[in-house]
Design a protein around this ligand. Sequence first.
Ligand code: HEC
Length: 145
Amino acid sequence: MCLFKNQLSKVPILLIILYVICGQAFADVVNKAVDAGKNEYARSCENCHGASGKGDGPYSSRLIIKPADLTVLAKTNNGAIPISSIYRMIDGSDDGAFHGGSRMPVWGNRYRSESRFELGPDNSQTFVRGRIFELLIYLDTLQVP
Ligand code: HEC
């Protein structure tokens, strides 16, 4: 009984250790996704939308339609990023209804062909979703309050 009692007293400590380990593991997963999104943003978006996301990338002065300010996506949408319309816009399945005719390149096909190369056709859609969600998670970090 005494032994049992001693072990019981360890339960909170074990729970705390578990919480710290799991919390850390979860934070690592999120941080990796943010990093991957950041790399993808630098590769595919930054030239137009700028490193800060404010639409001031090096190509912006040459474009007739200015790239959108991506730091206010949440602010201009009642505090939440409009995930599904942005997803469809990047993927290319939204043919422009989101902002009146897309002047922006789409990436769905590139991600799909990269995924076939890396994973084969079966996992293609999952791969594409992952790539776009990484971008969305990174865009979330750029939002102004
Ligand atoms: C060649 C330049 C260019 C590149 C590269 C580019 N964009 Fe855009 N983007 C634009 C322009 C121009 C607009 C605004 C014009 C429009 O309505 O289509 C826009 C609009 C947007 C919008 C809509 C915002 C709103 O409030 O309407 C989002 C979201 C967006 N871009 C995300 C991205 C992401 C994510 C990437 C990288 C995967 C990217 N863009 C790459 C030029 C670009």
